[in-house]
Ligand binder design. Structure first.
Ligand SMILES: *Cc1c(COP(=O)(O)O)cnc(C)c1O
Length: 393
């Protein structure tokens, strides 16, 4: 096998050419000194933009005090942070992780341990949905059943049943005495920015209640303000039992969390789970600063307002440019479905100074930092329109 001597990194991300040296707010500067408007946010991660002054401060202060202690010790800041997360969500208990996939893993263990605790020995199966993305661990690969990610890694784990997304009949027919949990993204991100219908989510909640099944939301991508509310489920009239969050939670610092009601995580007793770094002092310091910033008055109202502004601008382009087949999504997690290849068009956006992230179903995903201003939206729309005109020529 030929070894690419230009890189010592496993080539799982393919060829990479863009190299950034710094970022500020919604902008990134490349090593060749070009300025980019960042509508990717490191895949919906930099919720407060790049190098937010309050986050720099929080990290600096913490980094001169204490970097790491084991989770064997109690930690006042971690407790305070967990309390903040619970006070602002359905949850009563938190397990901290370093990533989204680990938060998903924890949630799956919450489900299995819940039924083990209650001696529901048949309730092993977990229902998931077509088009789902839950991460790259074996459980996540097994849950999403997407050959694009799991080919060559078989055998996968058993116990995952996949059904069509947004299909009430399918779930009504599939949920049975062997079902332990249902896991869903309120908005499928990687799968092509496809929102679940709010009514569908409420119906699933009802079915779960009737069948003694735990309802597990994966808000790793759509949570933390991305939809214009703190969590996406708040747009509907229900609460989950368990929820995985990550990405926007640390605005760039590696952090994730599994949130749960006290009842749902009753099986997560001493020794059942652990993480060396999860909820480490540096991560917690940044996470706490992120949530404090988001809880400032009218933070979410501003996100909602700028998101609606972007939506209307994009819908106008959809109407006027044949190249756009559809604009969809919610809040600041939007997808442009293009007629030509999304990767090629995304590359043209990049050449014109706008960073986006492709998703499945020929989607160009837009997920700018939540702090984006109207004038920065205008700038992005100008680039998109200019690019569309170049394509039409
Ligand atoms: C990104 C993502 C994950 C995985 O998160 P990692 O931090 O990459 O492990 C899981 N679920 C959803 C919905 C995601 O978008």
């Amino acid at each position: 096998m030929k070894h690419n001597v230009n890189s010592y990194i496993m080539p799982t991300y393919g060829e990479r050419t863009l190299d950034f040296k710094e970022g500020k707010g919604v902008y990134l500067i490349s090593t060749d000194n070009k300025k980019y408007l960042d509508f990717g946010s490191g895949i919906a991660v930099n919720s407060l933009g790049h190098c937010h002054p309050k986050l720099i401060k929080a990290l600096q202060v913490q980094s001169s005090k204490l970097w790491h202690i084991s989770n064997l010790y109690s930690n006042t800041t971690q407790e305070a942070y967990a309390k903040l997360l619970c006070q602002n969500s359905f949850a009563q208990k938190v397990f901290f992780t370093n990533s989204g996939a680990e938060a998903v893993e924890c949630g799956l263990k919450v489900i299995r341990s819940y039924h083990h605790f209650h001696k529901n020995n048949n309730k092993k199966n977990i229902i998931t949905f077509e088009g789902a993305f839950h991460g790259r661990t074996f459980a996540a690969l097994s849950a999403q059943k997407n050959k694009k990610f799991s080919k060559g890694f078989e055998p996968l784990l058993s116990g995952f049943i996949q059904i069509p997304f947004n299909d009430y009949t399918a779930i009504k027919d599939s949920i049975d005495e062997n079902t332990g949990g249902v896991m869903i993204e309120p908005i499928q991100g990687e799968g092509g920015v496809r929102p679940a219908k709010l009514k569908f989510l409420e119906q699933v909640r009802k079915l779960c209640d009737e069948m003694g099944v735990l309802f597990f939301l994966d808000e790793v991508q759509c949570g933390f303000g991305r939809t214009g509310k703190f969590f996406a489920y708040e747009w509907a009239n229900f609460e989950p039992d368990v929820m995985a969050v990550a990405k926007g939670i640390g605005s760039g610092f590696p952090l994730g969390a599994c949130l749960s009601t006290a009842d749902a995580c009753i099986g997560m007793t001493k020794g059942t789970h652990g993480s060396t770094y999860g909820g480490n002092p540096l991560a917690v310091a940044v996470g706490k600063a992120v949530i404090e910033e988001m809880m400032q008055e009218s933070f979410f109202e501003k996100v909602d307002k700028v998101a609606r502004y972007l939506w209307h601008k994009l819908k106008f382009l959809e109407k006027n440019y044949n190249e756009i087949e559809e604009v969809r999504g919610a809040g600041l997690l939007l997808g442009i479905k293009t007629r030509k290849n999304n990767l090629e068009i995304s590359k043209l956006f990049t050449q014109n100074g706008l960073l986006t992230v492709p998703a499945d179903d020929n989607i160009i995903r837009l997920a700018p930092p939540l702090i984006i201003l109207k004038k920065e939206v205008d700038e992005a729309i100008d680039i998109i329109e200019k690019t569309l005109q170049e394509i039409d020529d």
